[in-house]
Write a protein that binds this ligand. Structure first.
Ligand code: ADP
Ligand code: ZN
Ligand code: ZN
Length: 755
């Protein structure tokens, strides 16, 4: 017989490797099987078979596969195709994708056979009950139930429990774990003895219940119309953008759509951003889908994650999973719908380690290649998604009214410079904001004050006209460096000295900006000694207990003013809030990022959406030194289209996404000299291959972490030129770089479509 070979994926930064399949394993090995393979001197790893073939590889010593760890596939053919695409698109190895996708217990490694076999994960066993095979029609089931009444009430109740747990659709083939019964052991055993139920044992997996809708809201007319449009968009487009203002009831639409798919036996993946505050959303979904909802998050134990993985990979459909970005890698069979909630959120993109994928973009790829539908939802879509909808690549559905009585809040722009000149500013707060807070407190309503996370990238601003320095080449805000009083561009490396007098008004002296939430909490507490002031930022959220207690207290109305960072802009639904203050919008606008305007708009609109959710008394005050800034004005009006048109034309002019693709190479080394030489050489090489789209190597906003120095090179891939071809050239340059006797010690990472 011809020799069989297996190409396998190892959970390491390696491409696939080929091994010999020993004859005795030929019958049990499958594509997707987990196998133990030797690598290096003695080490054994779990690998996944991605291809079986008879082509003898062109090298001498090919080692045999050690054993089969799990012949049941750990990854389906669709998953393997997805992994391959991710590795190709994001320029990482397929091993890195596998490492991210498989739970740790399914990829043991060890230095000897004994240790390895001890590590292999196996599920515990549990006893399950199913209907006896003699009962397979409704009539027979009713007969069996009737036989229990009137005397055997306890058994009847247990049967009701059984039927209830499985639901009509699954009652004849479903199984219910013994441990889930309320009924006593003896009652259940009597049902087994009389031949109604059957007791068997199987591998334990969590969440046995079929997902089904237990509560469904009645949709408003506008919601129903949007739901119908989504349906017709999906007939023509695999991906559709649902653009619905805050509190328009998008979540209810997601629930409806998910329910439709579940009823048809399909599975649903519901992706949410990494929020500190997902509890409100999850409990809504729990109410809607009951125990059938699978929740996938980073807090799960390795065992829970593994059981969930196996359970999903065995299921043929009817699953609904809600999770953050890594849930996109779960093995969901018959996946028919992927919902990406708050699709504009940057946390869908993984920045470190590889695979540096965007779960949103992966979802779109899956919709186009694996036959699912993808619904992107947001009140403030990313410009990339909006652009794709605008040019007809995605379907587009607009939902422009709030659900129920809620009105969009009134928005006021408060000029911080004028306010300071009039002497009206008290501890970060201008008169407009103080008046609004006074009114809210008098009415026993609550206030949220938003301050951008303390900028790691300080900028300078003129106190008399609000001018801030921008890069002439890239249009982004320049970062201020105390050392040498320099201004630098984080994208292209442009550097200049910080001016001592304002180049715009010639009156003021531009000063560095940036202040944190803690300081604000202090001064607000001083201004309002009678109010209860709380703070919610990264420091607080680092402890789940503190986070819960701060949120809980605000929810119950036990605090009046909440000062917070980005964290308070989303996921919150508090009825008591009537005033929202953005303390310094310039802090957002002046981030050294070409998306700064887009993000400013999103943040202001999202936080504005936190007030007046239940009545029409919401009021938002935006404090800024640039009251005429188009983005601020557009955000105050909630005019998404105007913002999109302005920004898209700027993006086009400066060559940013969605009109180009960006690739950022990050180089790291402990010697700044070697690093600088290497980075310069690499950017020269790349420029020779790719042309002007390659920037000079430069130091990013954070130039070193401890003893490691960092440099970056940005590559713009023009529309019209093939990204795949460019990636081949980039890979070629990197291969050459990796062979250089000095430079190969420099670590290089690649980020495609950085956020
Ligand atoms: P969005 O996701 O668009 O911000 P939500 O889905 O959170 O909006 O809806 C806002 C509020 O309105 C929530 O409290 C939600 O429960 C309520 N709501 C939305 N649609 C309905 C409906 N059809 N029936 C009852 N309540 C609804
Ligand atoms: Zn000025
Ligand atoms: Zn620049």
């Amino acid at each position: 017989m011809e020799q069989l070979y297996a190409d396998v994926i190892l959970p390491l930064a390696l491409p696939t490797l080929t091994f010999v399949v020993p004859d005795e394993l030929c019958d049990t090995i499958n594509v997707g099987s987990g196998v133990a393979v030797p690598l290096g001197k003695q080490k054994l790893y779990t690998a996944i078979v991605c291809r079986l073939h008879h082509n003898t590889p062109p090298y001498k010593r090919i080692r045999p596969i050690g054993s089969i760890v799990r012949s049941e596939p750990l990854a389906s053919v669709e998953q393997l195709a997805l992994w391959e695409w991710i590795a190709g698109y994001y320029m990482c190895t397929i091993g890195e994708v596998m490492r991210a996708a498989l739970p740790s217990l399914l990829k043991p490694s060890a230095t000897d056979d004994d240790l390895f076999s001890q590590q292999i994960f196996s599920l515990g066993r549990e006893q399950v009950l199913s209907l006896s095979p003699t009962i397979h029609t409704t009539e027979q089931l009713n007969q069996a139930l009737d036989s229990l009444l009137p005397r055997r009430k306890a058994q009847y109740a247990a049967m009701m429990e059984f039927c209830e747990a499985l639901g009509e659709e699954h009652v004849f083939e479903g199984e219910v774990p013994r441990s889930m019964f309320q009924a006593s052991w003896s009652v259940v055993m009597k049902l087994v003895e009389s031949g109604i139920l059957e007791l068997t044992s199987r591998e334990r997996t969590p969440h046995y219940l079929a997902a089904r809708l237990t509560r469904k809201a009645t949709l408003s007319e506008a919601q129903q119309k949007a739901l119908d449009s989504i349906g017709s968009c999906f007939e023509r487009h695999n991906t559709t953008l649902l653009h619905g203002i805050t509190s328009s009831g998008k979540t209810e639409l997601y629930i409806y759509l998910a329910d439709q798919v579940l009823r048809a036996g399909g599975s649903v993946l519901y992706l949410i951003p990494e929020l500190a505050l997902t509890e409100q959303l999850i409990s809504r979904l729990r109410v809607a889908f009951g125990d059938g909802l699978t929740i996938y998050h980073s807090g799960l134990t390795a065992r829970a994650r593994t059981e969930m993985y196996i359970k999903l990979s065995r299921s043929e459909g009817g699953e609904i999973v809600v999770g953050t970005r890594s849930a996109i890698l779960l093995p969901l069979n018959n996946l028919q719908l992927i919902i990406v909630d708050e699709e504009h959120d940057a946390s869908f993109k993984q920045n470190d380690p590889a695979p540096r994928f965007s779960a949103r973009d992966v979802a779109v790829w899956m919709a186009h290649n694996l036959g699912a539908k993808c619904l992107l939802g947001s009140a403030t879509p990313s410009l990339e998604s909006f652009h794709n909808a605008y040019i007809g690549r995605y379907g587009y559905v607009w939902l422009g009214e709030r659900y129920g009585e809620g009105q969009l809040p009134q928005v006021t722009i408060s000029d911080t410079i004028k306010s300071a000149q009039r002497g009206e500013r008290k501890g970060h707060l201008g008169k407009e904001l103080r008046d609004a807070i006074d009114t809210a407190l008098a009415d026993h309503r609550q206030v949220m004050l938003f301050q951008n996370r303390r900028g790691f990238a300080p900028y300078i601003e003129c106190p008399s006209c609000g001018w801030s320095a921008r890069c002439p080449q890239c249009g982004v805000t320049l970062t201020y460096y105390k050392k040498g009083s320099q201004l630098r561009c984080n994208l292209c490396g442009y550097a200049t000295e910080a001016p001592t007098s304002c180049p715009s008004c010639h009156k003021g002296e531009p000063l560095p900006q940036g202040f944190g939430t803690e300081k604000i909490e202090e001064s607000v507490a001083q201004l309002y000694p009678e109010a209860r002031v709380a703070r919610l930022d990264g420091d607080v959220a680092a402890s789940p207990g503190r986070l819960r207690s701060v949120v809980g207290a605000f929810e119950r109305g036990e605090s009046d003013i909440l000062v917070g960072t980005q964290m308070i802009t989303k996921g919150f639904d508090f009825a008591g809030v009537s005033v929202v203050g953005v303390l310094n919008a310039d802090n957002l606008l002046c981030r050294p990022d070409f998306r700064a305007e887009e993000r400013t708009f999103q943040t202001i609109v999202q936080i504005t959406g936190r007030s007046g959710r239940t009545d029409n008394q919401g009021h938002t005050i935006i404090q800024t030194a640039q009251p005429q800034n188009p983005t601020i004005v557009q955000a105050a009006r909630g005019d998404y289209r105007a913002m999109a048109m302005t920004q898209l034309s700027d993006r086009k002019a400066f060559g940013y996404p969605p009109f180009t693709r960006l690739v950022v190479l990050t180089l790291k080394h402990t010697s700044p000299e070697l690093l600088a030489r290497g980075a310069r050489a690499l950017s020269a090489e790349l420029r020779a291959l790719l042309g002007r789209g390659v920037t000079d190597a430069h130091v990013p906003a954070v130039g070193h972490i401890a003893q490691t120095y960092i440099m970056e090179i940005m590559i713009r891939i023009e529309r019209g030129s093939s990204p795949a071809d460019s990636k081949v050239l980039i890979a070629e340059a990197l291969r050459k770089f990796g062979k250089d006797q000095f430079f190969r010690r420099i670590a290089v990472s690649i980020n495609i479509d950085p956020q």
